[in-house]
Design a protein around this ligand. Structure first.
Ligand code: NAD
Ligand code: G3P
Length: 334
């Protein structure tokens, strides 16, 4: 890794573009791979990405490309593609052992793989890290302060990448808990949909707070079952991101849930959007994987059924409220 080399980014959506802006804020050269030719064109001609991050004047050191080979000499590559496309895109990136920093928050449908497991299956030869935390793209793009978890199995790798990415308004906290950092992001997206439903159905703020607390218990049960550490789940990538995403209509997951709570159906809500609400793609595979591990996730299960159109909002709320009374501890399975 050398500071003189450019930093690569795969994904010209809101988050990839905001990260490009953050990295370039000290003059660092950034190569931004984007799927849409119109994004490549707008970044290179107008230093803007009106399709995904409007209103941000991008630094001139950000150069966009549609050719993955243009990222091969980068010091590190941030991977910010939607989770269902990540494996395919990394397979197109020339592998010279450069570090990958996974910034997507999702689980692969079919395989139930977390993003670091997808990369492992591709056979990437270099170090792999996960960057996750409470970070709305439009705020980071505007240069507002944010803190994230940056996790890699090898602590020296995490520290090196944290030094490469840290900026005055962007503060990575290093960790060696890759699984915990990923699970926080996956589960909070599903729970944010549930919180949106609570808002859309007008169930009140008490219900929202209860859902965040019981949702965190689900995140913790599942995370611990997969070997994550409690301190990670209670940190930026877990509870921190859960609180952010469950509290704001800036969240695409929350706003999808709000539409469901207002009585619209998932298929039409999803068809209406260009942006990705990862929780809609992760919910079913997450609860299936949790079930296979003997972990009960009733709120996430309710979201999966709503997304699939299997149940109406009123019905699912009635089911959740009529579950048998139980203890509050997060180590119990049910
Ligand atoms: N937006 C945020 O605030 C934010 C913050 C943290 C993490 N994330 C995560 O970052 C990831 C990317 O989200 P985003 O917000 O940057 O995206 P976005 O919702 O702004 O845009 C959609 C993205 O999907 C891409 N895309 C669509 N079809 C594609 C295809 N067939 N192949 C490859 N790419 C395709 C588009 O090019 C675009 O980059 C997600 O996993 C998300 O959870 C987002
Ligand atoms: O808009 P959302 O719901 O994808 O959330 C964006 C980020 O993950 C918040 O940290």
């Amino acid at each position: 890794m050398s500071a003189a080399q450019p930093i690569g980014i795969i994904g010209g959506g809101a988050w990839g573009t905001a990260l490009a802006q953050m990295v370039a804020s000290d003059g660092t050269a950034v190569r931004l791979w984007a799927y849409e030719a119109e994004v490549v064109d707008a970044v290179n001609r107008n230093h803007a990405n009106p399709l995904f991050l409007s209103g941000v004047a991008l630094h001139a050191s950000i150069v966009a490309t549609g050719a993955m080979a243009d990222l091969q000499d980068c010091a590190a590559v941030l991977v910010v593609a939607p989770a269902q496309h990540l494996g395919r895109l990394i397979g197109e990136l020339p592998d010279h052992g450069q570090p990958l920093i996974l910034c997507s928050k999702g689980m692969e449908q079919g395989s139930a793989r977390l993003m670091n497991e997808v990369v492992e299956a591709v056979g990437w030869s270099g170090p792999v890290a996960v960057l996750s935390g409470p970070t709305f793209a439009h705020e980071v793009g505007a240069g507002l302060p944010a803190a994230v978890t940056l996790a890699a199995q090898d602590r020296a790798t995490a520290e090196g990448l944290a030094a490469l990415l840290a900026r005055p308004a962007f503060r990575p906290y290093v960790s060696d808990d890759v699984i915990g950092a990923e699970i926080g992001g996956v589960v909070k997206n599903v729970l944010a949909i549930a919180c949106g439903v609570v808002e859309g159905a007008g169930l009140g703020q008490n219900a929202r707070a209860a859902l965040i607390s019981r949702g965190f218990a689900e995140m913790t049960r599942y995370g611990l079952a997969r070997g994550a550490r409690l301190e990670t789940l209670a940190g930026l990538a877990g509870l921190g991101d859960l609180v952010l995403t469950c509290s704001s209509t800036s969240s695409r997951n929350f706003s999808l849930g709000r539409g469901l709570g207002e009585g619209r159906d998932a298929a039409s809500l999803m068809a209406d959007r260009r942006t990705v609400a990862e929780g809609a793609f992760s919910a079913a595979v997450l609860v299936a994987d949790a079930g296979a591990r003997g972990v009960d996730m009733p709120i996430c299960h309710a979201v999966a059924r709503l997304i699939a159109g299997e149940v109406a909002v009123r019905e699912v709320i009635g089911e959740l409220l009529s579950r048998p009374l139980t203890g509050e501890g997060w180590n119990r399975l049910g």
